[in-house]
Each structure stands twice: as C-alpha cells, then as structure tokens.
Design a protein. Structure first.
Lengths: 105, 377
C-alpha cells in the first residue's frame, strides 16, 4: 500500500483537475492558483517523477495545443485514485471531534 | 555554446531523461517571458536561479536515496554481527555455504568464458578478428565465396592480413587404414594467424599454395601418435586424402587446433589442392560460400580497416548486387565461438545468470520471511 504525503496529494488532485491537460507547468499553476502558495518548479518535477515511479501516475507523450512540440501529459492511475481516497478518509477521521478547535473550515 | 544549450545540457545530466526535455522547454519559455518583461540581466539571473534550484532538488533526492540505502546496509551488517555473536557455529556454516556458492559461480563463469569465449589466438587476442557479412537487422553470415574473397583481398589495407579456412569431413588413408576425420583447407597465413605451430617439419606456407605446387599436407599430433607411432621420419611419407596422394611436410605441436570451437582437425592442405575436398566450382561460383575468414590487424590499423571494409562493401554491392544489396562487411571478435553459436552461448549464460540470481533472491526472501515471522512472535 503506497503512502503519500500532503504535497503528493496536491499534485495528484491537480492532475485530476486538469483532466488530460496535466503537463508540469500547468500542474504547478493549478496548485499555485488554488492553494495561493508558491510552488517550486523542482518540487513539481521530482514529485511527478516519484508518483510515476510508485505507479500512482501514468504519462504519455503528445503534441501540445499548438502542435509545436511534444509534451509529457500525466494522468492519475486507479492506484493513485485509491491512494487519494485513503489519505482523505484518514484526514476526515482524524478531523472528527476537532470541530470546536478547528472550526468548520 | 549558447545559454539555451548550456541549460539543456545541465538538465540532461541532472534530471531523468524523460523529464529533462520538458523541464528545459518550460524553463526556457519562462526565461523568454521574464526577458521580455524585465530585461536580459534579470532574465539571466532568473534562469540561473531556477535551473540551479531544479538541479539541486534532484541531486539532493539522489543523495537522500543513497543515504537510505546505506542505512539499510548498516542495519544488515549490524544484524549479521549480532547473529555471528549469538550463533557462531550456524553463522560459520552459513558463511561457508555462501562462500562455496560464490566460488562455484565464479568458477563456472570463469570456465564458461575461458572455454566459450576463448580467443582463436590468445597471443594476438586483440589483433585477430573474424570477417562477417551483416544484414540490416544485425544478423551475420560468416561464410564467404572465393569470388567475394578476391574483392576483399584486393581491398585490404597493407597493415592487414587475411586467412581463410574450410573445415570438411574427409577420409584419410594412412598405410592400409582409412580414418574418418576432419581436415581444413587453409588459405593465406592461416597457421600464423591462429597460432598453430609444428613440432616436426614446417607449417604450410605461401609457396605450397602456388599453382602447380606439389600436394603437401600437415597432419595433427594425434594422427602422428596413433597412426605413425611418433615416428620421427614421418616427413616425406605419403597419405591419401579423399583418394588423393599428399606428402607430409609437418606435424602440429600438441593438441590439434582449429578456428572453430569443437573442430578437432587432423590434416591441413592448401588452396592449390582444395579440389580434393570441395565442389569443383568453388573458385568461380559466388554462391559457393565455403570460407570462414580471419583478419589480422592491430588496433593502430582499425580506422584504415573500417574504411577499407566500407569501400569493399560498395565494390561487392556493385559487382554482386543480389547478395550484397543490404549487407556490409564487419569484423567480429576473434573467438572460437562465432556468429549464432556465440549468440546461443551468450543467451545460455544469461539464462544461467538469471537462474542463479533467482536462487539468491529466493534465499533472501526466505530469510526476510523468517525474520518477519520471528518479529510477529
């Protein structure tokens, strides 16, 4: 069973959100836009590489939108989806009963 | 080297190959945007900072992986030391078995390489090569016809020498006894190139192959021992090879040697009398590929040799277009095993190595399983 960290979950979710258009700069922009935090280029690339090695992501080479060059596009594998669900479920269970301290958000 | 090339080279070294191209493209695209917005100097600083941080992330990750593997090694060494202290006799037994296994593997691989990949001439291992015709898929043909060899000989550089041989089953008649054995027709300085010397008399030389030369033969030490009872006056005696009379001029030293693995040769004759063993059209029919061919050229002549083979390939393609349309002349290592035999031996070695590896993996898995079970209790 693959264990994943917070940043890995963010990457997996960004890839899911981009739905077939997930190449590294787009993943980075998606995370920066949604989380409003700066993400380093290196962190994105190395995490994509690690998640692909773990089998949580798959990738394919395809022409970009303008057809000028080939890019590597990522997608979340079924194993990756299960890993996200497991991590979110664990977080939910840990959050139960802490609402008075954490509030609704 | 431009800035772009430098960045691409740097990332290609530090990042996995499947990421390096994309990362460089994205970084350089951002660099162009920064240059348009903030000028060349700021863009150069941006590029330097971003590329170094990208490289640093991957280098640190590699160091971290190495450190983790060292921790595992340290843990295993500590476990082994504890086991030695607690159970010295069983540990000694396990170490002895492991040492025996390693020694067996080392001995087997040493034996395989010395037998299967033994050079034809160990004294000139790097200088003697096999000549082959390779097709586009890399399959090689080791046999050449005399018509093809005439072109090869005429195209060879001066620093290279060429010898040919054809191994055939023959009937050798010694006195009143017929011996079914193997003989070779040898062309060029064959004895010299394969390092075959004589203990009595002389090897076959160029003059023996000249048109009209008397039929001369060199016999093996084994035939001399078994059929002539080591008679030192054997030179000058006449034997019959496939019914033709040949005069013995030499006896090889030690065990007979051939240029192919498993070839136990008992007699050698020259090209001048090859009709005794070969089809009569061997000189003129380009499809009669009787000859395995050896080339001797030291490393200093390698470039010259490559160019000469390319020229000869073109020459052969123009003269004999059908068999040479998509083939080229190549040199292969001068080992006893060659061509498909060598490929088969390599495959067999790989299968054996894989088998040994699987046994080691299974042993390691069994050990881990036992450790895990003992932890559960």
């Amino acid at each position: 069973m693959a264990t994943i960290g917070e940043f890995e979950v963010l990457i997996l979710m960004a890839v899911m959100r981009l739905d077939g258009e997930a190449y590294p700069p787009a993943v980075r922009a998606e995370i920066e836009q949604r989380t409003r935090r700066a993400v380093s280029r290196g962190a994105v690339y190395i995490t994509l590489d690690r998640l692909e090695t773990k089998g949580l992501l798959g990738s394919r080479l395809a022409d970009d939108a303008g057809g000028r060059r080939q890019r590597r596009y990522y997608h979340v594998s079924p194993k990756g989806v299960r890993a996200i669900k497991r991590t979110l479920s664990a977080l939910e269970q840990m959050r139960e009963g802490l609402e008075p301290l954490l509030g609704k958000a | 080297m431009t800035l772009e090339q430098m960045v691409r080279a740097l990332l290609a070294r530090a990042l996995p190959s499947r990421l390096a191209g994309d990362a460089a493209d994205d970084l350089l695209a951002d660099h162009r945007r920064v240059r348009a917005a903030r000028g060349t100097t700021m863009a150069a600083l941006f590029l330097m900072r971003e590329s170094l941080s990208l490289v640093l992330v991957f280098v640190l990750a590699a160091i971290s992986r190495l450190a983790r593997s060292l921790v595992i090694v340290r843990r295993d060494v500590a476990h082994a030391l504890r086991a030695i202290v607690r159970r010295p006799w069983s540990s000694a037994g396990a170490m002895l078995m492991l040492a025996a296994g390693l020694a067996a593997v080392a001995a087997a691989s040493g034996l395989a390489s010395s037998l299967l990949f033994r050079p034809i001439n160990s004294l000139r291992a790097g200088a003697v090569h096999r000549l082959a015709a390779a097709d586009q898929s890399g399959r090689v043909r080791l046999a050449f016809s005399e018509v093809e060899l005439e072109r090869v000989r005429s195209g060879l550089p001066a620093a290279a020498t060429l010898a040919t041989a054809n191994l055939q089953p023959v009937v050798l008649r010694v006195g009143e006894t017929d011996v079914q054995t193997l003989a070779e027709v040898a062309g060029g300085p064959y004895f010299d190139i394969i390092g075959l010397s004589t203990s009595l008399g002389r090897p076959l030389v160029g003059a023996d192959a000249a048109p009209g030369a008397p039929p001369q033969i060199v016999i093996s030490e084994r035939i001399w021992r078994r059929r002539f009872a080591r008679d030192p006056s054997v030179l000058g005696s006449v034997v019959r090879l496939n019914g033709r009379a040949f005069t013995i001029v030499g006896v090889t030293a030690g065990t007979s040697n051939a240029s192919l693995l498993g070839g136990s040769v008992d007699a050698w004759i020259t090209l001048a009398h090859a009709d005794a063993m070969l089809d009569r059209n061997w000189r003129t029919n380009p499809d009669n590929r009787w000859w395995t061919t050896l080339v001797q050229a030291d490393a200093t002549a390698a470039a010259e040799m490559t160019a000469a083979l390319a020229r000869t390939t073109a020459d052969l393609a123009s003269r004999l277009p059908e068999p040479w349309r998509e083939r080229k002349l190549v040199t292969l290592p001068g080992t006893l095993l060659a061509g498909s035999q060598r490929s088969a031996a390599v495959t067999l070695s790989q299968v054996l190595a894989l088998f040994a590896g699987l046994i080691l993996v299974a042993a390691a898995a069994a050990r881990s399983w036992r450790r895990w079970c003992s932890c559960q209790h």
